[in-house]
Design a protein around this ligand. Sequence first.
Ligand code: ZN
Length: 305
Amino acid sequence: MPTLRGPHLRTPLTLLTSDRDALLRGEEGILAPGEDARYLVTRSGAVALSEEADGTLRAALETADPRSGSTQPLVLLGRRDGLRVLGVELGEGSAELDDPGRDLRDLRHVADLLDETDADLAAAAVAMGAWHRSMRHCPLCGGLLEPELGGWVLRCREDGIEQFPRTDPAVIMAVRDGQDRLLLARNAHFRARFHSVLAGFVEPGESLENAVAREVAEEVGVEVEEVQYMGSQPWPFPRSLMLGYRAWAPNAGELTLQDEEIAEARWFTRAELAAALEAGEVELPGPASMGRALIDDWYGGSAEA
Ligand SMILES: [Zn+2]
C-alpha cells in the first residue's frame, strides 16, 4: 500500500504502508502452524525486536510458536513477503519471558527507529495484544470467549455475542493565544521538566471539537474559539487513538489551573521555548508522539535543544 498523501501531520505511527490482509482473517487454518508462519511477540506495550549488523532495528519475526503450550490467542497481523505474521501477547511473568534471547522494547521509545512497515506492524501487534490481555470474559454473562476471524473477534461461548477490539479516542491540541504563543503544560504525573500540549479523552456523546474546547476549559480555564483537525495517530498503550488539533484562543486571559492533574502551564513564544530547551528547563515529548508533531508544527521545525 502506498503511504497516504494529505495535509495531515505525520508521526512514525501514522504511516500506513503495510497490508493487514483483513480479507484473509476468515480463512480456515489462517493461524495454523506452518512453514510460512512467523510470530511477533508483544508484552504490555513492548514488542520483540532484532538488531541488524548495521544497528537497524526490525520487528523480530520468530519461526517457532513462542507459546510453548499456553493458550494465548494468535492474531493475523498481515502477510509479508508471502509469510503470515502472527502476533502473540505473552503475559507478565510467563515462563516464555525468561528467555534471555528475546529483545522486548517499549514501542513508545522505538517507534521512530523502525521503518514504516515495522512501525505499523508493531502498533497493530501491541494494540491487539493489549486487547487480548484485557478481554478475557464476556462483559454480559462472564462466559469464556473464543477468538475468531484471525483473532480480531472474540465470541462468547455461552450466548454467542461478539466482542470487537476497542479504540478510545483522545484529543490532543496545540492551543495558541492572540500573540501566537503556544500553551504547554506539565502534568502532575510527568517527570519534573516534561512539558506537552493538553490532551484528554473524548467523553461519550461528545464531538471531537467539543472535547477539545471542554478539556482546555477544564484544565486551564481558557476558551477556545477555533479548532482545526491536523491528523491522527494510534497510541496503543493500551488502546488510544490520538486526534491532533490546532486550537486558537485569541482572547485567552490568565490561565487558571482548574484541574489537579496540571501542575504548571504557561504560554511560550518560539524564542522563549528555544531558550527554555537550551537551558534544560523544559523537556518535550519524544519524536514518535502526536504531541511532539503538534509542537513542531507550531514551532516551524523540530524544536530541539
Ligand atoms: Zn456471554
